[in-house]
Design a protein around this ligand. Structure first.
Ligand SMILES: C[S@@+](CC[C@H](N)C(=O)[O-])C[C@H]1O[C@@H](n2cnc3c(N)ncnc32)[C@H](O)[C@@H]1O
Length: 198
């Protein structure tokens, strides 16, 4: 299975992406069509920047991206159409800034806590992060907008799914092939945000 991982990492390098995670978003986009034809995309937990770069390349000047992460991006030169904020998406000052720069057509979150190896702890941290992401989706995503959020599979996933169903007309779980087989991450995809701020 590590051979398959290496395949994705090699391919990412050849195609100029800083991380193999780009193929997860590519597969999600091919299956669900979450990106707007033109508009504004918010990318949370964006470092080193593969998802951001994919959006900008895929929509070639028709989509701009606002991105945020604790760590800097590894995109040089900085691509056109990108605004990046280094900081914690759980902090109110950054949240306020992200809301002010919206509203967004699509929210992407590949944000994940650094793992401890203790699945209960890691899953609880991931759930807390997803809760923050969904608050941002409520406040900053346009009606009709879409949201992709990474979750660590665990006891709280039904609660997250139920919470997303109150925000989006459809919500699906999807695990891209590019996820490492041993990983317990998956993605929830919400589409067609209902109404305005709820
Ligand atoms: C798997 S990486 C994202 C990879 C990225 N999608 C790409 O394709 O390059 C997860 C990121 O989530 C970020 N992260 C975790 N907690 C965060 C938080 N509270 N605020 C901002 N970023 C966070 C980490 O710093 C890390 O860079």
């Amino acid at each position: 299975m590590r051979e398959i991982s290496d395949h994705w990492a090699r391919k990412a390098k050849q195609e100029g992406y800083p991380a193999r995670s780009v193929y997860k978003l590519k597969e999600i986009e091919e299956k669900f069509g979450v990106l707007p034809q033109r508009g504004l995309v918010l990318d949370l937990g964006a470092s080193p920047g593969s998802w951001t770069l994919f959006v900008l390349r895929h929509r070639e000047g028709r989509c701009a991206v606002v991105a945020a992460d604790l760590a800097p991006l590894d995109l040089r030169p900085a691509p056109e159409g990108l605004v990046f904020h280094q900081g914690d998406i759980c902090e109110s000052s950054l949240r306020l800034m992200l809301e002010t720069e919206g509203p967004y057509d699509t929210l992407l979150s590949d944000a994940a806590p650094s793992t401890t190896g203790n699945r209960t702890v890691d899953t609880a941290r991931s759930e807390a992060l997803v809760g923050e992401v969904l608050e941002i989706a409520r406040g900053a995503l346009k009606p009709g907008g879409a949201c992709v959020v990474k979750i660590f599979q665990g006891s709280g996933q039904k609660r997250i799914m139920d919470g997303m169903k109150k925000i989006f007309a459809t919500v699906k779980a999807f695990k891209p092939k590019a996820c490492r087989s041993e990983s317990f991450e998956t993605y929830f995809i919400g589409q067609n945000k209902i109404g305005g701020k709820r």
